[in-house]
Design a protein around this ligand. Sequence first.
Ligand code: GSH
Length: 205
Amino acid sequence: MSEIKLTYFNVKALAEAIRMLLKYGGIEFADVRADRWGTEWVELKPKMPFGQLPTLEENGKVVPQSVAITRYIAKKVKLVGNNEWEDLQIDSIVDTINDFRGKFASYFYVNDESIKEALKGPVLKDVVPYYLEKFEKITKENNGHFALGRLTWADFYFVGMHEYLCDMAGKNLFEDYPNIRKVVENVYSIPAIKTWVETRPQTEF
Ligand SMILES: N[C@@H](CCC(=O)N[C@@H](CS)C(=O)NCC(=O)O)C(=O)O
């Protein structure tokens, strides 16, 4: 059995879907959480392939990029499509969820508070309902899932990310969207994930 090490910061954000998929598949891994604000990250950053986290290390080889890593683990735990068309459905919605995340990132990391607020306003007013109404329709049509009418890594990708999205928005985004919430409930009701959620390190997002 190969040795897997997942390195990220002590948050869920881009790595939680990967952690949850590993747990789902019962795959042992080292869950390394670097201190983002201390000297640890200053020393580690130049050693990372593109200076960022998460990275996956397997058999001594280190690879970056959260979506690629999530897809790779999803293949191992068989939460991918049954053919190329099905994989395209999953990839397409994952990329769309990632675009949605990018809308929040466009203001969240801005230091100037007045500029940040000015950028945040239209995202919350226009972009959020635009995406969430479509996500609600998709998850309704797919019976509480994001693709293929069944559990796939797209669900994990969203669930791993959803608290981060709420944190960046400064509110619960999904209150009025029962079918999106159903995706979270479906993933959290899987026994291995339930145990993980109960025992994982407590972080804000
Ligand atoms: N496209 C990359 C983005 C990775 C990324 O933005 N990582 C951030 C944390 S979420 C990071 O490493 N920040 C620290 C830094 O850039 O020094 C991925 O999806 O993995």
